[in-house]
Structure formats: C-alpha cells, structure tokens
Write a new protein. Structure first.
Lengths: 111, 111, 111, 111
C-alpha cells in the first residue's frame, strides 16, 4: 500500500521534472541555468529508477529511495527558490516534496 | 488531452510489464521462458521511452509511439496466449492492449 | 561483429550527447536553446535504448536502429550547423554521424 | 581520468549484465531463477544510471557510485557462486568486480 503510493509519487515526479525541464528550456535565460536543469535531470532519472526497483520488489530499493528523497528535496528547493519561479516550477516543487516525503519513509540510508 | 491519456497508459504499461516480469520469474518454468520475458522487457522499455518523448513534447514521438503500439500488441499476445496465463498475465495483457490502442492513435509510421 | 560495432557506437553517442548537453547548458545563451538541447536529449535516449535492444538480441532492434539513425542524423546537423559550434559540439556531431551510419545499416524501416 | 575509467567500467558492466540476462533466460532452469535474474537487472540499471550521473558531472554521483559498487559486488557473487556457472557468467562476474572496484573508489556513502 505504502510502496504503491511511493511508486506513483516517483512516476509522477519523473514526469513533472521532465516536463519542467522542457518548460524551463523554452523560457530560456536563467530558467535554463545549468545547475537548475541539472538537478531536474538528476531528479527525473532517480525517480524513474527508484520506481523500477520498487516495482521489481528489489531488495535494494531502500537505499535508492533514500537517495531519491535527498535529490527530490534539492530539486524542490531549486524550483521554489528560483528568483522567477512560475506556476510550472511551483507544481514541480510540489511533486518533488511529495516524492521526497514518501521515498523518505521507504528509504534506508546505507551505513 | 489525448497525449496525456497516452502518457498515462505508457507509464501504466511500463509498470505492469516490469511487475509481471518479476511475477513470471518467480513462478518459473515456462512462465520464465526467454521469449516471454524478452517481449515484456522490450515492452517495459519502449513504453517508458515513448512516455518520455511525449512528456518532452519531442517532434520524434510519433515514430516511437508507432513502434510502442506494435511491441505492446505482441506483448499482449504473449501474455494472453500463454498456456498457463494467470490473473497477473491477463492484467498485463489488458494494460498492453490499452497502451497499444492509444499509442496507435498518437503514432505515425516512418516511410 | 557488425552489431557489436553498432552497440559500441550507440553507447559512445549516448555518452557524448549527454556530456554535450552539460557542456552547452554550462555555456548558456543560444547553446542552451530548447530545440538544440531537446534533440540531444532525444539522441542520448534513443541511442541507449537501441543499444539495449541489440544487447538483448531483441527481434525489434531493426526498427529502433532505423529510428536511432534518423534522430542521430538530426542531432549531428543541430551540432554542426550551430552558429557557435565549438570543439565539443563538433565531436558530438562526429559521434552522431558514426552512430547514424552504423544504425542505418542495422536498421529496417517499418512498413 | 579516474572518472573516465569508471564510466567505461559502468557502461561495460551494464552491457555485460544485460547480455548475461538474455543468456541465462535462454539456458533456463536454475539459470533463470528470479533472484539471479533480479540482481542482474538491478546491476544493469544502476550501472547505466551511475554512468549517466558521472557523464553529466552531477554532484550526486558519489552516492550513486557507492550504491553501484555494492550492487555490482552482489551481482558478481550471484554469478560466481552459481552451481552451474559457465563462461558467460564468469565474464559477467569479472565485469561486475571491475566496476565494483572503480565505483568503490569514486563512491562516498551517505551519512
């Protein structure tokens, strides 16, 4: 049940980040800054991978979920704190926060 | 609107195929036959890629959707025609049929 | 033998496109234009996928190779024709041309 | 330099694992056991992702490399310790060991 919600949050966050990359590249200027696009590319990819590990019920999903939660948190901050944050970026931050929260619950940090 | 439904069908089919691969490997025997697992691996991957091309609004999405529709149709057949098809495989065939139909509408064959 | 060379060209082109995206985002301005980054994202992804289909010896690899050849050709043109093409972009165009050529030989257009 | 060698080891390990999955599914029986195929699927995917994070020079690559090293080590063990390990599986174990070693040097565990 919890894993199901987490898989859905990951797939939604993957999709939102990928769409927001296209949106920000289209706006150009500092919306297209390397660090901002870069964290969204990282976030889109780690979300897809974490979802896949959970879908396969891999025993390695807890480490990936923990890393996903961390990257989602940074992606949300990059969208929220952007000086020209628009609606698309605020929606992206929301999807990232939701995914960070659910992946944080599924996640276990390696030690 | 149509593209949105197609993206959702692709992400759902990706997820269902990946879960059904794990299910069929767990059952073993002819559920784990190379050709059956192979078409589900192809289907899971082309669905994720077609979704990404649509999400990015890439001008190349129509060719990928056409290929996705073809592979989804073969994956549905592999699940439906399996001599020991169970509920998981029938649900996989349904997700594939739905994705094949929507991708077929978005798709354009190269010429 | 031929397929081996094609897999290597795809993996090399995937890597070069991904590195050139980071390079162009870092340079900014019209290096970071949506259409230019977009075709490199499409190319990086289709190359990885075509490689995977060949590595798995999927019967569907010829259609994917044909699409890969087309996208690689457009990505090479986007890099070559860029008004401020630099060494990184010329190397990217070279990797794309090589991959387009080898995938074109492996590829079969759907009909 | 070191990162370059690590990227190459990841791409090689991705490719070898994917090919060995197809090989083991083709042999069937306990070569196709869920846990053995599953760890190779995890390994193929984490290797591709770690390579991508390094190619993009993402600041998050050290955590992914650390996780990659761990999964590669387990995949090598699954191939080496298999009661009917053949040449393809031994080559897979070698590629995994090499990738585990290089990713272990690039990797930093989260704390």
């Amino acid at each position: 049940m919890d894993m199901n919600a987490c898989i859905e949050a990951c797939l939604d966050c993957h999709r939102t980040c990928l769409a927001t990359i296209a949106h920000c590249l289209g706006r150009g200027g500092h919306h297209a800054e390397a660090a901002h696009i870069g964290i969204m590319m990282d976030c889109a990819q780690i979300c897809a991978v974490s979802a896949d590990f959970m879908i396969r019920q891999s025993p390695h999903h807890p480490h990936l979920c923990a890393e996903c939660a961390e990257i989602c948190g940074q992606c949300a901050a990059s969208c929220e704190n952007h000086p020209d944050a628009d609606d698309a970026m605020r929606r992206c931050a929301e999807a990232c926060r939701r995914c960070a929260s659910l992946c944080g619950q599924m996640g276990v940090r390696p030690h």
